[in-house]
Design a protein around this ligand. Structure first.
Ligand SMILES: [Zn+2]
Length: 301
């Protein structure tokens, strides 16, 4: 068991640590709102960039999008971009949509892979791991976000998800952020929400013991072995949690599937918790480490 895996979470509020600018890297449209509302809603200029917001070629629909109600993935993605704009407007923010493709669209570009995933949708993450080079994916994200980060005054505070659940797009953004840390930016990783809450609130966050939830969080941290991570927890007050709930409901295309997975009742209470880690150092040679085991049912992250 690593030194940092079981550290206590310290209660915190948003503060920028003296950074000259703040950039939030959201893997998909909705991840930043779901996990990092306290930063988006802060009384501070914040840039929110969705990394895998590219619109795929027209003429096909992935099994995942079809399950969520889509007829064509390109059209679905345009709708999701519009919803993102509406959700971020509640925090007075304008979205930045980068053009890298969601991993499901990368695979779907190959009809053979598309057919395979249609037959076995539950193997989504396993198939991705067989076919996609994670290092190349991290490098693509670094390139895509570096221009964005460069235009902001330094030191820049960069937020990225930890990668709880092991989705390759989330891990790629985390890996890219850790490279930015190695080049002098300040980096914080947030707990991918609601995926880290799949088994309820982790006991480490101050509730009753919850071994399954704690184990899931530990898995996410282990994916970044070699980096010093200090845990923090923000508890949104009632008004902020309500506002966050309203923003989440503006993602109309994805909200029903979130409800299917997590249920409408416990979700708002759980989502008032926003856990994050300060990356304290990035020793030379530290890397993303081995991917955590596949968590079934998390292919919609
Ligand atoms: Zn995601």
């Amino acid at each position: 068991m690593g030194r940092f895996e079981d550290s206590r979470f310290e209660d915190s509020r948003f503060e920028d640590g003296g950074a000259a600018s703040v950039v939030v890297l959201s893997p998909h449209l909705d991840d930043a709102v779901l996990g990092l509302w306290h930063v988006l809603a802060a009384d501070r200029e914040v840039t929110v960039a969705t990394v895998f917001a590219g619109i795929p070629d027209p003429g096909f629909v992935t099994g995942l999008d079809r399950d969520h109600g889509a007829v064509e993935s390109a059209d679905w993605m345009r709708r999701r971009r519009t919803e993102d704009r509406a959700a971020l407007a509640l925090a007075d923010l304008e979205p930045h949509h980068l053009d890298l493709l969601d991993i499901q669209y990368v695979l779907a570009g190959d009809p053979e892979q598309r057919a395979l995933l249609d037959r076995e949708p539950g193997r989504f993450l396993a198939v991705v791991r067989e076919l996609v080079d994670p290092e190349a994916r991290v490098a693509a994200v670094v390139e895509a976000v570096s221009a964005l980060v460069r235009v902001h005054p330094r030191p820049c505070l960069v937020y990225a998800p930890l990668g709880v659940g092991g989705h390759p797009d989330h891990l790629a953004v985390a890996g890219a952020a850790l490279r930015l840390a190695a080049s002098g930016h300040r980096v914080r990783l947030w707990a991918d929400s609601p995926y880290y809450l799949r088994h309820g609130l982790p006991g480490q966050l101050g509730g009753p013991p919850n071994p399954d939830a704690d184990a899931l969080l530990r898995q996410g941290i282990r994916a970044h072995a070699g980096h010093r991570l200090t845990p923090h927890l923000v508890r949104l007050d009632g008004a902020a949690a309500d506002r966050k709930g309203e923003a989440i409901r503006r993602y109309r295309t994805e909200y029903p599937s979130l409800q299917d997975d997590y249920g409408p009742v416990p979700l708002p209470d759980l989502l008032a918790h926003e856990a994050w880690w300060q990356v304290e150092d990035t020793p030379a040679g530290a890397h993303a480490g081995a991917p955590p085991p596949v968590e079934q049912g998390q292919q919609s992250l």
